[in-house]
Write a protein that binds this ligand. Structure first.
Ligand SMILES: [Zn+2]
Length: 97
């Protein structure tokens, strides 16, 4: 009998954008969820240590997502700016890619 190990992905909701985003997939204009996805090395079903991690924002209606990378991080960060909460500006997905 050998040890049973595998990697599992655990997704954690870290917040929501304060800006509205127009989803090109479902056409809704909503605040999107910020999700952190972490891959864990697991022994049996117990997470032992993380092997990789990344963040993305996700449409709450259809699940369409935009990965956060070096190229768009600054633009995505602005979506969480509390100083301009309540702004009527709607961001389109192509502005964020
Ligand atoms: Zn959508």
């Amino acid at each position: 009998m050998g040890l049973y190990y595998k990697t599992n992905t655990i997704k954690t909701k870290k917040g929501m954008t304060t800006m509205l985003i127009h989803c090109s997939s479902c056409t809704n204009e909503r605040a999107w969820h910020l999700i952190q996805s972490t891959n864990w090395f697991c022994l049996l079903v117990i997470p032992i240590f993380p092997t990789s991690s990344y963040k993305y924002i996700e449409c709450p209606c259809c699940g369409k997502r935009i990965d956060i990378n070096k190229r768009n991080k600054e633009r995505i960060d602005r979506l969480f700016d509390k100083a301009i909460f309540g702004s009527v500006k709607v961001y389109y997905m192509h502005e964020l890619l």
